[in-house]
Design a protein around this ligand. Structure first.
Ligand code: NIG
Length: 381
C-alpha cells in the first residue's frame, strides 16, 4: 500500500544528497512524498510525483521529519511546583531536588507510573515528537530501576538506565557505587539500550562516573553522560574518553571541551528549556557548531529542571536565544537527535527513512521561531 502526500509547500528532507551549505535541511519546495509500508520511497517536486494507491493533500503546509527527542526522564510520579516557585524567587537549582521525585516514584503503583508515561508520551507526540528516549533514575534500587526500565519499554525502545542519577538517599556513596555496577546493572542490562551518569558536583565525580560507564560498556550498553550542567567539570571530557554517544547539558564548557567534542563522535545535546527553567547560562550551541561539533536539541522533560515536552519551544529558544539559524535548530532537533541515539532510520525523510511525518500549520519551518509559543503542529503521521 503506497500513499502520495501532495500540496507540501516546503519539505524538509535532511537528505545529505539534497543538503547544501546554504540549506542544511535539504528542503524541496512545492513538493510531494511517497510512503510505502511505513518507509519513504520517493521525494521530489510535486509535478514529477509518481502515482500511488492513496493520496493525502496537506494543502500548502510544511512537512518535516518528526522530532527526535534524545533526552527525557518520564518515569516519575508527583511534581515539583514548589521547587520551581522557589527557583523563580531566586533559589538555585541543585541535584538534591531529585530525591523528592525518587520518594514519590517509589511510592507510586505501576499503573500510576504508566499513566504518567502514557500522558507525557502522547503530549510529546501531539507536538511532533516521533522518536523519544527516556530514562530511569527515580528508583535507585535494583528492583525500582528494573520496574522503571520495564515500564519505559512499553512506550519506547530508547530506554536509558540512569541509576547513577544521585546516590540513593540514605546510602553511602561507596556502597551505592558497588550496587550500581553489581546488582543494579545486572537487573536492568537486558532491558535497556543505554546507560547514563549524572557527572556533577552533588551527584557523581569523575572516577565514580567512569566506573559506572565502563561497567555498563562491558555489559554491552551504549553510553550517555549528563555533563557540565551546573558548573565546569569533567563530564564532557569523560564522555569523549569513553566514546559516549552523547553528552547532555553542556552549559559550562572550556575551549578544551569544545575542541574535544568537535574532534569526536560524541554529540553535544543541548537542552534549551532546562537552561531557561533552571536559570543556567545557555549552552553555547553557536560556539559548538562553529567549532564543528554535532549538536542535538532535546526537551529534557522531567518534573524538576525542565517540565516541557515541546521540542518546538526548544527549537524557538535555540534560535531566539542561542544564536542558531532556524535550519540549524530544526536539524539539531531531528537529525541531531538521531545522531545522539546513533539512529540512521529517523530524523530525516530521505528514501529509506521511517516515514515519520510532522505536518506544520505553516508554510515553512521558519514559523517555528517566527511564531514562538504558537502550537503549529497540524498532524503527525
Ligand atoms: O537532566 N541533571 C540531572 N537530571 C535531570 C534533572 C532531574 C530532576 O531535577 O529531577 C536533568 O536536568
Amino acid at each position: 500500500m503506497s500513499t502520495l502526500y501532495t500540496g507540501i509547500a516546503e519539505l524538509t528532507t535532511n537528505d545529505p544528497e539534497r543538503a547544501t551549505r546554504e540549506d542544511p535541511l535539504g528542503r524541496v519546495l512545492d513538493a510531494a512524498l511517497v510512503v510505502e509500508d511505513g518507509l519513504v520511497v520517493w521525494t521530489g517536486r510535486q509535478h514529477e510525483a509518481p502515482e500511488a494507491d492513496d493520496r493525502v493533500d496537506v494543502c500548502g503546509r510544511a512537512v518535516l521529519p518528526g522530532w527526535v527527542d534524545a533526552h527525557s526522564h518520564l518515569v516519575f510520579a508527583g511534581d515539583r511546583t514548589e521547587e520551581f516557585e522557589a527557583r523563580t524567587a531566586g533559589r538555585p537549582y541543585a541535584a538534591g531536588g531529585i530525591a523528592t521525585t525518587v520518594a514519590a516514584t517509589r511510592a507510586a503503583t505501576d499503573e500510576e507510573l504508566r499513566r504518567g508515561l502514557r500522558r507525557h508520551v502522547a503530549e510529546a507526540r501531539a507536538q511532533g515528537t516521533t522518536t523519544l528516549e527516556t530514562k530511569t533514575g527515580y528508583g535507585l534500587t535494583p528492583a525500582e530501576e528494573l520496574r522503571a526500565a520495564l515500564l519505559a519499554t512499553e512506550f519506547t525502545d530508547e530506554v536509558t538506565w540512569l541509576g547513577a542519577h544521585i546516590v540513593a538517599p540514605g546510602e553511602e556513596p561507596a556502597d551505592y557505587l558497588a550496587e550500581l555496577v553489581g546488582p543494579q546493572l545486572q537487573a536492568v542490562r537486558d532491558h535497556v539500550r543505554w546507560a547514563d551518569v549524572f557527572c556533577e558536583t552533588g551527584a557523581f565525580d569523575e572516577e565514580q562516573s567512569r566506573t559506572v560507564l565502563l561497567a555498563a560498556r562491558e555489559a554491552g550498553l551504549g553510553l550517555r553522560v549528563h555533563g557540565n550542567q551546573l558548573g565546569p567539570g569533567p563530564g564532557v571530557r569523560l564522555a569523549v574518553e569513553v566514546g559516549a554517544a552523547s553528552v547532555d547539558h553542556c552549559n559550562h564548557l572550556s575551549d578544551a571541551d569544545v575542541d574535544a567534542l568537535a574532534g569526536s563522535d560524541t554529540v553535544a545535546t543541548v537542552l534549551p528549556a532546562c537552561d531557561l527553567s533552571t536559570r543556567q547560562p545557555l549552552a553555547p550551541a553557536r560556539r559548538l557548531l562553529d567549532a564543528g561539533a554535532t549538536v542535538a536539541i532535546a526537551s529534557n522533560c522531567n518534573p524538576g529542571s525542565s517540565y516541557t515536552s515541546s521540542l518546538a519551544f526548544c527549537v524557538a529558544t535555540a534560535v531566539l536565544q542561542m544564536g542558531l539559524t532556524v535550519a540549524e535548530a530544526v536539524h539539531a532537533a531531528t537529525a541531531g537527535g538521531a545522531r545522539a541515539l546513533r539512529r540512521t532510520d529517523v530524523g530525516h525523510l530521505a528514501v529509506g527513512a521511517r516515514a515519520d511525518l510532522h505536518v506544520l500549520d505553516a508554510p515553512s519551518v521558519t514559523h517555528l521561531a517566527y511564531r514562538p509559543g504558537v502550537p503549529l503542529t497540524h498532524s503527525v503521521h
